[in-house]
Design a protein around this ligand. Structure first.
Ligand SMILES: Nc1ncnc2c1ncn2[C@@H]1O[C@H](COP(=O)(O)OP(=O)(O)O)[C@@H](O)[C@H]1O
Ligand SMILES: O=C(CO)[C@@H](O)[C@H](O)COP(=O)(O)O
Length: 481
């Protein structure tokens, strides 16, 4: 008997609208069984910026829901988890004024630097908003837009994040949540409200921002829309950013570290303490429940390593050990470390270096920065014995798993459940149906369960070599040559 046959409902829909695609799951609330699923891709521009058409996210959502068949229409509630930070600008009719500027678009790095200086420096920002804003943060993107495309800024009558945009198309109401709001740079972690001084600094009218719906509240109900197979009146949960959604989806408890390998690489944990890292390495996000989500993020993860594999004409698993080549895979510039204008850097190439060793060096370079930030992310919640939970598309790859084991020296747990962002959104939707805590729902569903890979001896030689190259190459990486 399949999971779908044994499921009696109620059912909920969890959505993950991430950088590369939108995924939808229909989930049985009592058991957590995924009874139907769908996925549809988006396109992201290449070249100077990283932009996507929000209309394409809506079409991808409709496509993914259609793939779920009749099950979608039976859902009692729906929730959307989405890529963080993206700047969605809408006109008076709710149509995009221009494509969305995504989290991995580094063009607003100069605006970020200026904003940090104008409001108390890094320490002031960290204490006020939880984070020192870099070019990923929405506030810096608005400042870039106002400077480079003033007509577009003037035409904007509503500013939204990616998950807000889809939630609004479902409900007709402009809403967001504390998790995603905490990645804008204009939401104060100290007061848990929009920071009008910051908004004034970037010339953004607070009246065009969405209402921040509290955890456990309902954002609205589904209104009919062409091609939407969800029933009118279905409850819509607040949704959240994709990392906060995955934290819900894993039923995370404080101190349990997560390493997510997708378009972005992220390392994070839930914490009861409000983070305020003045170095800017750790973003002090809010989670979707009422706690916090200290997180470090890289711009170059699975896509960068896959690109190196394709340049070498190798399968992504064709890594070879040995050699002493170092590859810093900063193809998109980098956020951790903060080097927005950097490009990829290769050091230590010899006649005897093999293609497989070069590919391994790309994995090492991508994983190094995430593990380097782990101690700062965990802070006083650190539990050295806790396995690293490995999630995201890359977690399925043997080369990724072995690299994380070798460079962390920690046990690694790979949850069997694949779509943890969508499952977290589904758990949030289940919460508005049953009144339960979404993290408790996910724990009941057993979403974090999966094999634990035993720790191996940490490769301190490789870590020291990469750290040395990073430090020696700093002038080159900073100038972006
Ligand atoms: N079996 C696999 N082994 C290694 N990497 C994989 C595998 N399957 C998918 N991926 C990687 O996962 C990435 C997509 O991950 P995902 O977490 O869905 O991304 P995002 O949420 O950023 O859109 C792709 O870039 C691809 O390289
Ligand atoms: O910017 C961040 C976190 O701060 C990224 O993690 C985005 O949220 C994009 O996520 P993926 O599309 O890689 O899942």
């Amino acid at each position: 008997m399949s999971a779908a046959e044994g499921a009696e409902g109620p059912f909920v829909i969890g959505v993950d609208t991430s950088t590369q695609s939108t995924k939808a799951l229909v989930v049985d609330v009592p058991t957590g069984a995924v009874v139907a699923s769908g996925q549809a891709s988006h396109t992201v521009t290449t070249g100077a910026g990283r932009e996507s058409d929000p209309g394409q996210w809506w079409d991808a959502l409709l496509d993914a829901l259609r793939q779920c068949g009749d099950a979608a229409g039976k859902a009692s509630a729906v929730s959307v988890g989405g890529q963080q930070h993206g700047l969605v600008t809408l006109d008076a009719q709710g149509s995009p004024v221009r494509p969305a500027l995504l989290w991995n678009d580094v063009r607003s790095a100069p605006q970020a630097e200026r904003l940090v200086e104008r409001l108390g420096g890094p320490k002031g920002w960290a204490e006020r908003t939880g984070s020192v804003p870099g070019s990923s943060f929405t506030a810096t993107k608005w400042a870039w837009l106002a400077e480079h495309e003033p007509d577009a800024a003037r035409a904007t009558k509503a500013v939204r994040l990616p998950h807000d945009y889809l939630t609004e198309r479902l409900t007709g109401l402009g809403t967001t949540d504390r998790g995603d709001a905490s990645g804008t740079g204009w939401w104060s972690a100290a007061t848990e409200s929009y920071d009008e001084e910051i908004l004034g600094l970037i010339g953004l009218d607070p009246r065009i921002l969405p209402e921040v719906v509290r955890p456990g509240e309902v954002a609205g109900t589904v209104r009919p829309a062409e091609g939407l197979p969800i029933s009118r009146g279905t409850l819509v949960a607040p949704g959240t950013g994709d990392n906060a959604a995955a934290a819900l989806g894993l039923g995370l408890r404080p101190g349990a570290p997560v390493l997510s390998l997708g378009t972005s690489g992220t390392v994070y944990a839930v914490s009861a303490h409000r983070p305020a890292d003045p170095t800017g390495t750790v973003a002090g996000f809010a989670d979707a429940r009422g706690d916090w989500l200290p997180l470090a993020c890289t711009l170059n993860c699975t896509l960068a390593v896959d690109r190196v594999a394709s340049l070498l004409g190798l399968d992504r698993e064709a890594v070879e050990p040995g050699g002493s080549v170092t590859l810093l895979p900063y193809l998109d510039g980098e956020r951790t470390p903060n080097l927005p204008s950097a490009s990829g850097l290769l050091q230590g190439l010899r006649h005897e270096t093999t293609g497989g060793q070069l590919l391994q060096a790309a994995y090492d370079g991508a994983v190094y920065s995430l593990l380097d930030a782990l101690g700062l992310v965990l802070g006083e919640d650190a539990d050295a014995a806790a396995p690293l939970l490995l999630i995201g598309g890359g977690a399925r790859g043997t080369a990724w798993q072995r690299t994380v084991l070798r460079l962390s020296g920690r046990p690694v747990q790979v949850p069997r459940a694949r779509e943890l962002v969508a499952l977290g959104a589904a758990a949030q939707a289940a919460g508005v149906v049953t009144g339960e805590d979404p993290a408790a729902v996910a724990r009941r569903w057993g979403t974090a369960e999966g094999p634990v890979l035993e720790a191996v001896e940490r490769d301190d030689e490789a870590l020291a070599r990469i750290a040395g190259v990073l430090s020696d190459a700093a002038p080159l990486l900073n100038t972006g040559r």
